[in-house]
Structure formats: structure tokens, C-alpha cells
Design a protein around this ligand. Sequence first.
Ligand SMILES: Cc1cc2nc3c(=O)[nH]c(=O)nc-3n(C[C@H](O)[C@H](O)[C@H](O)COP(=O)(O)O)c2cc1C
Length: 416
Amino acid sequence: MSKGKILFQLSGSIACFKACQLLSKLAQNGYEIEVVATASALKFVGEATLEGLTGRRVHREAFEPGQYMKHIHLARWADLILLCPASANVINKFAAGIADDLVTTLFLANDFKKPFWIAPAMNVEMLRHPATQSSLEKLESWGVRLLGTGSGALACGEVGEGRLIEPEILFGMIEKHFGGRGEVSRAEDSLKILITSGGTRVPIDGVRSIANFSTGSTGATLSDALTARGHSVTLLRARDALAPRAPVREKEFVTFQDLETMLKTELSERDYDVVIHAAAVSDYSVASLSSNGKDFSTSIGKVDSGEELTLKLHRNPKLIDQLRSFSRNKAIRVVGFKLTNSLGEAEQLEAVRKLASHARADLLVHNDLGEIVGARHRARIYSSHDPKNLVLIAEVEDKASLAKSLESLLVSKGRA
Ligand SMILES: Cc1cc2nc3c(=O)[nH]c(=O)nc-3n(C[C@H](O)[C@H](O)[C@H](O)COP(=O)(O)O)c2cc1C
């Protein structure tokens, strides 16, 4: 019996050869597959290869005697529709409502009753192009699931985002979607999650900054674990923070102001169920700089290093306190983090209580630096609805267990 029916569409990218590896794995694992390829895709891989892998003939023409309605029937037949690789051209055509070949006509005739996933693959500049970016946003808002891209060496010789997600990761996502290996949360449990990760920097001048020691490893672990469980993750990641392994929608920040703006935009424009605020946000920004009695602006190129420098710092507002007011989903669940440095138990609890008193968070994760040694990363998860009455709900010894505990707490509460 077939494990699921997949309408597998390919468009013109060098990554078509990787799509063949995925096709082969899906066919070997009992999926029923119909392949549709654009004319360009067939310049990258031959029809004979695609037919050999799936055991079925490849659909390429919209106008074929006896099969004129296949742009309707194929989509109705499928349990899952996947465009892999998705070229910049097809993505932009989808968003513009153009239907001039079988792949684009199938999209325009799609009723969105079936999941429609796309796995982009392209040169980094094609991906970053405002046309492609706005098309991707539009497609997502219509209900298309964007599978993200990996980064690394691209076929064009450049390095950056835009690589097709590795076939084995895509295979895992599909298996999970169809309930294989019992790994995934059921589709109705899947949450839209925003994670912040890594540390912000405080610019002193155009070349210097004050940083903190955050590596972003907790954020990356959470992002990977939650993605693997089938949730839709957006990661706001510090430029130098550890990258997640599983591809997610990502945005990069450097300063407090960058992160504040991104949080405002993301939370006000998208319906998130959960925000996990794991970033180490600087408590201060530089208010003024002076050297030798002379004041400088932080935006100047470089302060001369020959003299002593005086920095005046002012306090930043706490971003965690504002997450609910930024969010258009007022029922969003907020997970905050508190790091203490080698405090006794009572002082640790006091620090968490203080954060709970203003953060309006649902859950607070506490770590103490003294309890982070090598892979051991003790964390306590508190329910913080009533700041005066914190409830310890889990205590874990490493980041993977933290991700697991958080996930089950968030899923058990359901969608906001
Ligand atoms: C060698 C080569 C590699 C290409 N790789 C990509 C790619 O990875 N992603 C992409 O969007 N376009 C790529 N292109 C450009 C597309 O193939 C081109 O835009 C084509 O018209 C896409 O047709 P389609 O979208 O109908 O499949 C490549 C072109 C060439 C010649």
C-alpha cells in the first residue's frame, strides 16, 4: 500500500540532481509519485532518469491530447504537492499568478486544500532579490509552506544562502508529515514559533562594539528540535551566533535596535503562537562618547585610540516586557530566559521572580553559569503566570532535554 501520494514538481535549477536523490528515496520507501517538470528542469535532468526513478511517465505539457484536464486532476489526486527545486522564476511566476506551463497552471488551479510545499534553490542574489523575497512572503501568506534553504557553497561558485535543503532532511520532513517514525507533532499541533538567539552588540563607533558571551547555541538547538517536530520556526539570529542545522526562515540582527525593529515587525505582521526570547540582549546602549574633553557621535568612523575614551551608557528598555504589546496575537505565549552567574539557590529564585514581575511571560527558563559545564547545561523551567508564586515545572540537564520539555509544554497547551 502506498504511504502517500506526492505530486513532485521540478523547476530549472542545478539542484535538480539532488531532487532525483529525494525522488529515489521516496520511491524506495513506498510513496506514490507523479512527476511534473518544467522545460528548464528537463535540461538539468533527463526524462528517462525521472521516469526510471518513479516508474511513471513524466508530465511536462499542459496541452496533451486525452489529458487536457490534468492541471486539475493531478492536484486533486495528491496528498502533498512539492515543488523541489523551486526556481526563482517559478516562485515569481506563482506570486504573479502567471500560468504559462503545467507547473504554474497547476499552482493557479490549486485550491489549497492540500499542503503545498516549496523548496527553493538558487544563487544567493536571486534569493535576496526584492522580487523573490516579496514573492516568497506572498506565497507564505497564501498558505504555501516554505521549506527554507541551506547555506554554503553554491553551484555558481559563490557562498551563501540558496542551497536546496539536503535530500535526507527533506525526506525526513516528508516522512514526518505522513506520520512516519512517530516523530512529528500531529499537523493540528504544529505551532508557529519565533525564536531570538545570540547576543546583541553595542556599537561604540563604526568599527568597535561591546559584545556579550552568548554563542546562540541554545537558540540553534531549540530551532532544530522544534523544526524536527514539525513546527514552523522563524529565527531572529545574531550575525555571529551559531546557525541551526535544519533550515528555517531566518533574519539577522546586530544591535539592540535591529532586534527591537525585527521583533516589532514580525510580531505585528504574522500570527505567532509562541515567542521564545533566548537572545542575550544588551542592557545598555552608548549615550555619548568623549575623549580629551571632546564629544563624539557613535556614528563616526573611528575614534582615535591615542586618548582615553569615556563612554556614557543608558539603559535599554526590556524587550521581553514589550513582546505581548508588539504581537497582533494577544494570546501569544511568551518564553523568557534568565541567566544568573554563580548565585546561591535563593538568589537565583529571586532573580527569576524579578524577571517574572515585569516580563508577562508564560514560561521562564533559568540557567546559572555555575551550572553550565561542558555538555551539562542545567536549566529550570518555571511557569510564571503568577510572579509571586513561581511554579517549577521541569528541571533538565542539557539543551536537547530543554527543547523536548519546552516543546511538550507548549504543545500540551495547544494553539493560542
Ligand atoms: C547552469 C544553470 C543553473 C541554474 N541554476 C538555477 C538555480 O539553481 N535556481 C534558479 O532559480 N535558476 C537557475 N537557473 C536559471 C533558470 O534555469 C532559468 O531562470 C529558467 O528560465 C527557469 O525556468 P523554470 O523556472 O520554468 O524551470 C540556472 C540556469 C543555468 C543555465
